[in-house]
Ligand binder design. Structure first.
Ligand code: HBI
Length: 112
Protein backbone atom coordinates (compact mmCIF):
# COMPACT_ATOMS: atom_id res chain seq x y z
CA UNK A 1 0.00 0.00 0.00
CA UNK A 2 2.92 2.30 0.75
CA UNK A 3 3.60 2.61 -2.99
CA UNK A 4 0.08 3.79 -3.81
CA UNK A 5 0.02 7.48 -4.75
CA UNK A 6 -1.62 9.64 -2.11
CA UNK A 7 -1.09 12.95 -3.85
CA UNK A 8 -4.13 14.38 -5.61
CA UNK A 9 -3.96 14.53 -9.39
CA UNK A 10 -3.42 18.12 -10.64
CA UNK A 11 -6.45 17.82 -12.91
CA UNK A 12 -8.37 20.27 -10.75
CA UNK A 13 -5.73 23.00 -11.14
CA UNK A 14 -6.83 26.41 -12.37
CA UNK A 15 -10.21 28.07 -12.66
CA UNK A 16 -11.67 25.18 -14.66
CA UNK A 17 -10.96 22.94 -11.73
CA UNK A 18 -12.87 25.05 -9.23
CA UNK A 19 -15.61 23.05 -7.61
CA UNK A 20 -18.39 23.22 -10.17
CA UNK A 21 -21.31 23.64 -7.79
CA UNK A 22 -23.98 24.26 -10.42
CA UNK A 23 -26.76 21.84 -9.51
CA UNK A 24 -28.03 19.76 -12.38
CA UNK A 25 -31.68 19.90 -13.39
CA UNK A 26 -33.97 16.88 -13.80
CA UNK A 27 -33.52 16.67 -17.57
CA UNK A 28 -29.74 16.94 -17.28
CA UNK A 29 -29.70 14.19 -14.64
CA UNK A 30 -31.93 11.87 -16.66
CA UNK A 31 -29.79 12.39 -19.73
CA UNK A 32 -26.58 11.72 -17.77
CA UNK A 33 -28.03 8.52 -16.29
CA UNK A 34 -28.74 7.17 -19.77
CA UNK A 35 -24.98 6.80 -20.14
CA UNK A 36 -24.40 5.29 -16.70
CA UNK A 37 -25.51 1.67 -16.72
CA UNK A 38 -27.05 0.55 -13.44
CA UNK A 39 -26.97 3.98 -11.82
CA UNK A 40 -30.29 5.28 -10.53
CA UNK A 41 -31.39 8.58 -9.04
CA UNK A 42 -32.67 8.68 -5.50
CA UNK A 43 -33.58 12.26 -4.65
CA UNK A 44 -30.42 14.33 -4.58
CA UNK A 45 -28.17 11.31 -5.06
CA UNK A 46 -27.30 8.76 -7.70
CA UNK A 47 -26.46 5.25 -6.63
CA UNK A 48 -25.51 1.85 -7.92
CA UNK A 49 -25.20 -1.62 -6.41
CA UNK A 50 -22.41 -3.96 -7.55
CA UNK A 51 -22.02 -7.66 -6.86
CA UNK A 52 -18.57 -9.27 -7.22
CA UNK A 53 -17.31 -12.86 -7.05
CA UNK A 54 -16.07 -12.52 -3.51
CA UNK A 55 -14.92 -10.03 -0.91
CA UNK A 56 -11.41 -9.68 -2.34
CA UNK A 57 -12.76 -8.67 -5.74
CA UNK A 58 -15.18 -6.24 -4.13
CA UNK A 59 -12.43 -4.64 -2.12
CA UNK A 60 -10.08 -4.47 -5.09
CA UNK A 61 -12.80 -2.45 -6.82
CA UNK A 62 -13.21 -0.24 -3.75
CA UNK A 63 -9.47 0.40 -3.67
CA UNK A 64 -9.69 1.73 -7.20
CA UNK A 65 -12.73 3.81 -6.30
CA UNK A 66 -10.80 5.26 -3.38
CA UNK A 67 -8.00 6.50 -5.62
CA UNK A 68 -10.39 7.83 -8.26
CA UNK A 69 -12.23 9.73 -5.54
CA UNK A 70 -9.04 11.03 -4.03
CA UNK A 71 -7.76 12.18 -7.40
CA UNK A 72 -11.07 13.88 -8.20
CA UNK A 73 -11.41 15.36 -4.71
CA UNK A 74 -14.97 14.02 -4.81
CA UNK A 75 -15.99 11.15 -2.57
CA UNK A 76 -18.84 8.65 -2.72
CA UNK A 77 -20.69 7.20 0.22
CA UNK A 78 -19.50 3.57 0.27
CA UNK A 79 -21.29 0.52 1.65
CA UNK A 80 -19.83 -2.98 1.48
CA UNK A 81 -20.89 -6.38 2.79
CA UNK A 82 -18.82 -9.33 1.54
CA UNK A 83 -19.12 -9.24 -2.30
CA UNK A 84 -21.72 -6.44 -2.46
CA UNK A 85 -20.91 -2.77 -2.88
CA UNK A 86 -23.26 0.20 -2.98
CA UNK A 87 -21.98 3.63 -4.01
CA UNK A 88 -23.90 6.86 -3.53
CA UNK A 89 -22.89 10.17 -5.03
CA UNK A 90 -24.01 13.74 -4.45
CA UNK A 91 -22.22 17.05 -4.15
CA UNK A 92 -22.56 17.92 -0.49
CA UNK A 93 -21.19 21.44 -1.05
CA UNK A 94 -24.04 22.10 -3.52
CA UNK A 95 -26.78 20.17 -1.72
CA UNK A 96 -27.56 18.18 -4.82
CA UNK A 97 -26.20 16.61 -7.99
CA UNK A 98 -23.54 18.35 -10.08
CA UNK A 99 -21.29 17.42 -12.97
CA UNK A 100 -18.75 16.22 -10.40
CA UNK A 101 -21.03 13.33 -9.50
CA UNK A 102 -21.57 12.31 -13.11
CA UNK A 103 -17.87 12.57 -13.91
CA UNK A 104 -16.86 10.39 -10.97
CA UNK A 105 -19.57 7.82 -11.71
CA UNK A 106 -18.29 7.61 -15.28
CA UNK A 107 -14.69 7.25 -14.10
CA UNK A 108 -15.78 4.42 -11.78
CA UNK A 109 -17.61 2.66 -14.61
CA UNK A 110 -14.54 3.02 -16.84
CA UNK A 111 -12.46 1.41 -14.08
CA UNK A 112 -14.76 -1.63 -13.71
N1 HBI B 1 -17.27 14.87 -2.08
N2 HBI B 1 -19.27 13.85 -2.72
C1 HBI B 1 -18.58 14.96 -2.35
N3 HBI B 1 -19.23 16.13 -2.26
C2 HBI B 1 -18.58 17.27 -1.91
O1 HBI B 1 -19.19 18.33 -1.83
C3 HBI B 1 -17.21 17.23 -1.62
C4 HBI B 1 -16.56 15.99 -1.71
N4 HBI B 1 -15.25 15.91 -1.43
C5 HBI B 1 -14.45 17.07 -1.00
C6 HBI B 1 -15.24 18.32 -0.94
N5 HBI B 1 -16.52 18.35 -1.23
C7 HBI B 1 -14.63 19.63 -0.50
O2 HBI B 1 -15.11 19.93 0.79
C8 HBI B 1 -13.11 19.59 -0.42
O3 HBI B 1 -12.68 19.62 -1.75
C9 HBI B 1 -12.61 20.85 0.27
Amino acid sequence: VASLPLTRSPTRAGAEGARNLNRLGDVQIDRALEGLQGWVREGNEICKEYRFGDFAQAFRFLTGVAFLAHGADHHPEIWNVYNRVRLRLSTHDAGGLTARDIELAQAIEDFL
